[in-house]
Design a protein around this ligand. Structure first.
Ligand SMILES: *Cc1c(COP(=O)(O)O)cnc(C)c1O
Length: 368
């Protein structure tokens, strides 16, 4: 018996998720101490988690024998307060926003359905859609990476259920305009999944207010980026209450652990940590872009996020990543992003000292 036959046939088309390299892997490969390695490949918070969140998480470990509330009620209230919405518009879930994307696809997609993805972008939308048997339709962004609403609307069919838009976009760093989202919400007869994983870093700000005008918008958020809790895996969605109810119905019960919930509530209240991260990213982004333009032949794209995308032509992105790796710096090659080509890298904004090291290493890499 070939047991592989028991697996649903469309799982064959699911690509593997490519994650940034870990410090442990890199240390082993290079024979370096993990402490000398800078990980700027996964857009984590280089300042670490909020100390208040760490304290709260430690305290909550003492009650680990008890199940959390199934709908993470305390976290939902804290999130609702932080975004000025009602708790019934919030769906909190783990692990991470990835789980929100998965739950949403599970709710909406049947085999033969289509989703539209504006590429290059975050790769998990494609994976989640394919898992439920849906077909992704990829619409390239314009040369300046803006979302092409007209091409997307042309691609909409009877089968289209979800249009995925990431803003600020991973890996290109730019935001979508409000007009584009309104146009898509009004004309597509589909859901718009607006991924705002990095919105706290952007000067344009969130499009949350569109939730009042449209029933078909779902906003995805995470505590993994500005809140520095990537390891605790907490995400949430903002949407109309009727839709949040449907999500809650099919969600895994207790998907957010009590430790994660407690830490997240504390992190959301730590405005000091939030502000220092925000300021570090604002100044660091400028420092990196100016440094790269002054000391390397490379071209950094403007960014609203805590990372920048750099075109390292005529070099291949892999060459530049390998070269930085020799200096103990892990950055992300964008060649695994569909539609990104082979010449772009993505670098997480670090502290002043980290950014200096990156600029120096990039400048050395460019004179080979
Ligand atoms: C990091 C990221 C997420 C998901 O983060 P989680 O850690 O699963 O909450 C979602 N979308 C984008 C664009 C991201 O970069």
């Amino acid at each position: 018996m070939n047991y592989k036959k028991l697996i649903r046939s469309h799982i064959k088309s699911v690509p593997a998720y490519v994650a940034g390299k870990s410090i442990q892997e890199t240390a082993e490969e290079l024979g370096l101490s993990p402490f000398g390695i800078l990980k700027l490949s996964s857009n984590e918070n280089p300042l670490g988690p909020s100390p208040k969140a760490v304290y709260a998480a430690c305290e909550s470990l003492k009650s680990s024998s008890v199940y959390p509330l199934p709908d993470a009620r305390f976290l939902k209230s804290a999130i609702a307060k932080s975004v000025s919405l009602n708790p019934d518009s919030v769906f909190a879930t783990g692990p991470g926003m990835d789980s929100l994307i998965d739950t949403f696809c599970k709710l909406v997609l049947s085999p033969e359905d289509e989703v539209i993805i504006s590429v290059p972008t975050f790769s998990f939308y494609e994976i989640a859609a394919r898992v439920y048997g849906a077909t992704p339709v990829f619409i390239p962004r314009d040369p300046d990476f803006s979302v092409n609403a007209d091409e997307i609307l042309k691609a909409v069919s009877e089968k289209t259920k979800i249009i995925f838009i990431c803003s600020p976009n991973n890996p290109t760093g730019n935001s979508v305009s409000e007009d584009v989202v309104r146009k898509l919400a009004e004309k597509s007869n589909s859901f718009i999944f607006l991924d705002e994983a990095y919105v706290e870093f952007s000067s344009q700000g969130s499009l949350i207010h569109l939730l009042t005008d449209y029933e078909n918008i779902v906003i995805g958020r995470t505590l993994s980026k500005i809140y520095g809790l990537a390891g605790l895996r907490i995400g949430y969605g903002l949407m109309k209450p009727w839709l949040a109810c449907e999500m809650q119905k099919i969600a895994l019960p207790f998907s957010i652990s009590s430790v994660s919930e407690t830490a997240a509530v504390a992190a959301l209240s730590d405005t000091e940590h939030f502000q220092s991260t925000f300021k570090m990213v604002q100044t660091g982004r400028k420092q990196l872009i100016e440094g790269i333009h002054s000391f390397t032949p490379f071209k950094a794209a403007p960014s609203d996020a805590n990372f920048i995308m750099v075109d390292v032509s005529p070099f291949y992105s892999r060459q530049i990543c390998d070269s930085l790796l020799k200096d103990g710096i892990i950055i992300r090659s964008c060649d695994s992003f569909r539609g990104c080509g082979k010449h772009s890298v993505r670098i997480t904004v670090g502290t002043f000292e980290m950014n200096e090291k990156v600029i120096k290493s990039l400048s050395n890499a460019s004179v080979f």
